[in-house]
Design a protein around this ligand. Sequence first.
Ligand SMILES: Nc1nc2c(ncn2[C@@H]2O[C@H](COP(=O)(O)OP(=O)(O)OP(=O)(O)O)[C@@H](O)[C@H]2O)c(=O)[nH]1
Ligand SMILES: [Mg+2]
Length: 548
Amino acid sequence: MKANQVRRLNNLYRRRTPPAFVVSPELAKAVSRLSFEIRRQIGLLIDRRGWITHVIVGNHQTIVIPNLEKYRSGGGRLKGLRCVHTHLQHDPLTQDDLIDLALLKLDMMAAITMDKEGRPDHIHTAHLLPEGRNGENWRILPSLPPWAPDIDCQALIRSLESEFARKVRSQKVKRKWERALLVSVTAAPRGVAEDSMVELRELAESCNIAVVDTVIQHRQKIDPRFLMGEGKLSQLVILALQKGADLLIFDQELNPSQVRSITDLTDMKVIDRTQMILDIFAQRARSREGKIQVELAQLKYLLPRLVGKGTAMSRLTGGIGGRGPGETKLEVDRRRVRNRIGHLEKLLREIQKQRGQRRARRNKRGLPIISIIGYTNAGKSTLLNTLTKSSVLAESRLFATLDPTSKRKKFPRDVEVIITDTVGFIRQLPEELITAFRATLEELEDADLLLHIIDISNPRFADQVQSVERILESLHLHKIPVLRVLNKQDRVDPVTVKKLARTLDAVAISAKDERTLTNLLDKMELQIKRVMRRKTSANEAKPLLAVS
Ligand SMILES: Nc1nc2c(ncn2[C@@H]2O[C@H](COP(=O)(O)OP(=O)(O)OP(=O)(O)O)[C@@H](O)[C@H]2O)c(=O)[nH]1
Ligand SMILES: [Mg+2]
């Protein structure tokens, strides 16, 4: 580019567009002439007051809009910038222009087409719509000659924005709750994907996140960068804008570079299922050990994601998905994260040693141990409370229990046992959590009997049973005798309960109601006696003194 052209480019910044115009006629003329001379597209970003914030020189076919992160948006607000650019071919707005309009949440997107001498002849303008019409989320205005605007640009943008805000306000969510769009990109059958989304919604709500919409996209081939195509992603961004969501939650585990590319493209906070589960754990951890385990899991998850630009990171660690146990903020510096991981692992080893001693003492005392396990929210803590007349926290939230609790229980016929309640399981329990909670889960190895609690009022209970059994196997616990317990029978019709109890070889109860537990107590006692008899005879078979 020649020096005088560069000077003319810089001079564009001095020209202000009056409120009524998308771009002032003089500016349109100057930019078209320059663009025509250098045979490249030129783009201008113009703020609400009519000043140019960026001049972008592209190539023959496109311009690349720079990162606009520092410009406000969110909560149903537009960027406060419009893009006006030249088209050297005589075509109006392209699909890419419209995708940019959406992804960047621009006030407007406009293209100037020109005649054979490089004079502007038309301005083609589009803006986003607060509500989709016939599947279209944007409106393309009739093209106009540059000197004759018949839209009042400023007024149009203002009314658009207040309409967006009104739409967002009309959907009530709890105060201070973040709003999120749930997204699933999957090749799985519709029913499976939907069930999984129901659970994702429960997880989100357990994190105080309001789900404003859910989107399931079926794809045989998952795009390695964005999971879906850019066009589809731009629609997601518009939907988020219409619903006032700043957060995208994916049902699929995203690898670090996917998080980064989706964040960069959408300018939204992006988290996946794993991160949300980690976040719930972080909020729930109470004991020192629990807190250490959760922080360790979070940091291990975070570490490979700590590369590249700081911005994606601040999104990763700010607010949801980045809460540390007890609301401490997670560190974002790689070296410090590594040091911290080392430190936490050391602490955990110490605690585990003490725990080991406690376990040994308990085993020596020889009381049989019954551990209550099962999918999260199945009613494990409720059962412990009813069985032992205690009051550990039981509530309708996922992962209410994180720290194991043990209580003693005496059966009517003088058998005394220890009953423990544990953290609930979930489908695809994040690897980082299994590792971090290994010590807690290892305690299950001491159990003489596992009570597998199944919430039969949950339509997904069959899958949940499978998930639990899979996890037991991965923890090498499948050799311990299991008693299946069908819980919440009060919510299911009695005929179905009976049938299920027969087919699953299980006892049905209502953990809330002590009167329904007689059958279960009998079975537990029977099983425990059997186990203890086997144990004693195994001990007796061992020689007391080994003589070599
Ligand atoms: N209707 C009905 N609700 C029950 C029954 N048992 C438990 N619940 C409810 O189910 C919800 C979860 O119970 P919890 O005992 O906290 O479940 P949990 O398995 O310990 O859950 P986590 O610790 O989160 O894994 C609570 O709202 C209980 O009141 C039952 O027999 N009938
Ligand atoms: Mg519990």
